[in-house]
Design a protein around this ligand. Sequence first.
Ligand SMILES: Cc1cc2nc3c(=O)[nH]c(=O)nc-3n(C[C@H](O)[C@H](O)[C@H](O)COP(=O)(O)OP(=O)(O)OC[C@H]3O[C@@H](n4cnc5c(N)ncnc54)[C@H](O)[C@@H]3O)c2cc1C
Length: 316
Amino acid sequence: MQKIYDLIIVGGGPGGIASAVEASIFKMEKILMIEKGDNHSQTIRQYYKDSKRVDKDWKGQTVDMIGNVDFFDGTKESTLEYFETLLDGDGIETCFNTEVDRVNKEGEVFSVVTPQGEFLAKNVIVSIGRMGKPNKPSYKIPRTIKAVVNFNPYECRGNEKILVVGGGDSAVEYACQLTTINSVTLSYRRDSFNKINDINQEMIERYDQEERLRVRYGIDIESIENAEGRVKVNYNSGFSTIYDRVIYALGGTTPVDFLQKSNIDIDEKDRPIFDENYKTSVDGLYMAGDIIYDNGGSIAMAINHAYDALQDMRRE
Ligand SMILES: Cc1cc2nc3c(=O)[nH]c(=O)nc-3n(C[C@H](O)[C@H](O)[C@H](O)COP(=O)(O)OP(=O)(O)OC[C@H]3O[C@@H](n4cnc5c(N)ncnc54)[C@H](O)[C@@H]3O)c2cc1C
């Protein structure tokens, strides 16, 4: 007989890890966390710059921790280390390098479908975030410059003229951090940053005033093109500038395909429908973390969702 887990968690980011820990504390015996990357927390590993400051109250959203998993300010490295220790909890099995295609309910049991085979569970939490598909601009990115048009700062080599596009905390943090070894411009289509937290607001003002970078507000990009391997950016002002590299920090997209294939009801804006405990239209199937937001949540919020979902599962 195939093993039936009490809980399978899809996605090994903060929401998934907290779900596993809460399940372990609630004495669920068979817990499996399935992650498509080769280790947990792929969003943190791939999109946070090394030594990045990690704010608990990200984007100025103050969050009181409600469950058994705490969270606090730190750095990329201390946060990853903290999550690593959390996964030592009793009875938590992990399965890396495994991408879940969909979750089907057959009778009372869920079948979690992956290319390597199916796993069975009584309950499932989907915590796959939104960074699997970073948002792209509406205009075309020419194939020939794909290597120098990126969605995170990892390819930067130093001594480059870089354009960062976006108006959120990630864009501001990428831009400021890159100034140490590059010449950076930050371009945002609105007239001011209104979605960023106080620390980043202060930082971008200071960097701007000290002329450590250039901030271009209220300007949009109409297209980009190949300029002998560099990126020619055509602004809606009618002017163009050539950069060595462009980095888009525009957030991520809801994984609609996954939700549809898993028969999870979505609304007219493709958002998953769930109740106050993050239970979806499918009984026993919950969500946690960024996947439930239009425009980004936070680590602390993802951790709290996990607690609410597990409390509800225990009551059922
Ligand atoms: C640049 C940047 C900076 C940020 N800084 C902060 C900060 O300072 N403080 C803060 O609180 N928040 C910050 N955030 C937001 C924070 O990272 C997210 O809110 C948080 O990671 C959400 O956790 P999650 O578990 O919902 O999703 P994620 O962290 O995105 O984790 C989802 C996991 O699921 C895996 N996965 C996806 N699809 C599948 C699949 N089909 N099968 C199996 N596994 C799958 C992914 O590989 C990933 O590991 C930042 C985000 C970015 C992009």
